[in-house]
Design a binder for this molecule. Structure first.
Ligand code: SF4
Length: 267
């Protein structure tokens, strides 16, 4: 619980998803035991839904190198033939290539997705930018965007369905047409099958909450962007629908130009 990549925008801090997260990074050492029980039960009922791994803590933090909890979870997922959508910013995922291949080849896919989804593993790498300097400000302890792109390329070469979650796009920093073009073109060049955009969300008013941290970082590095950013959020945690529609349409157009899907599977 928690995440040592320390992204400034991490929605866990200040949202309902982080309510019970301890202040220090904590390992769920009994996760394999619990997952085993849950999947055994689901598999018996043939409920092989896609498991999302990495939505609130990166599954490949540096601590995983020794702890090997994610590795144990993958073995259980393979044992019960569940499909998997894994989100990460880390290069450590490459350590588990062989077990991911086994899951990819043997997962029982949900019947409604079978015609389009032919593989048991989807690997989604997360990017808020591919600019190294901006990434160092907003994702100080995560592997660099280029390391992520190179890892994505290796997975593509190994035959995986892989792509990029452009989440969150940073307003007036990485959401311009030029920046999106560079990002999407890079994902395509490094073998990505898809790009999925997501707008920034800002929660909470306590010192470690992402809304407070985000504005502090803007104050330090991009003070001129504070009024514009406040104007699209107003008092809400989500930017205006007008803003969201604009960036999603831009991503759709640029993705089309670079011949890459803006959804995981085609219809
Ligand atoms: S990698 Fe994801 S979970 Fe970890 S701090 Fe960054 S946004 Fe939060």
């Amino acid at each position: 619980m928690g995440c040592s990549f320390n992204c400034v925008y991490c929605y866990i801090h200040g949202s309902k998803y982080g309510e019970h997260i301890p202040s220090q990074l904590t390992a769920k050492i009994n996760a394999p035991e619990i997952l085993y029980r849950q999947l055994k039960n689901r598999a018996r009922k043939k409920e092989h839904g896609i498991i999302a791994l990495g939505s609130a803590t990166d599954p490949y933090l540096p601590q995983e190198e020794n702890l090997k909890i994610t590795r144990e979870l993958l073995k259980i997922i393979h044992r019960f033939h569940f499909p998997l959508n894994l989100f990460t910013k880390s290069t450590l995922i490459f350590r588990d290539l062989e077990i991911l291949k086994k899951i990819d080849n043997s997962a029982h896919l949900p019947p409604d997705l079978m015609p389009q989804l032919k593989q048991g593993v989807i690997i989604s790498f997360s990017f808020s930018t591919v600019n190294e300097k901006i990434a160092a400000i907003f994702e100080p302890d995560a592997p660099s965007p280029w390391e992520r792109l190179e890892t994505m390329q290796k997975f593509k070469e190994e035959g995986f369905l892989t792509g990029a979650c452009l989440m969150p796009l940073l307003p007036f920093i990485s959401d311009s047409e030029d920046q999106l073009d560079i990002m999407i073109k890079s994902v395509k060049e490094y073998g990505g099958d898809f790009v999925i955009p997501g707008a920034l969300t800002l929660f909470g008013d306590k010192p470690h909450d992402c809304r407070v941290r985000y504005y502090e970082v803007l104050e330090e590095y991009f003070p001129e962007l504070i009024p514009k950013t406040r104007s699209i959020f107003k008092s809400k945690s989500y930017p205006s629908s007008k803003y969201q529609i604009k960036i999603y349409n831009m991503v759709a157009d640029i993705a089309k130009k670079h011949r890459i899907r803006n959804k995981i599977i085609s219809e």
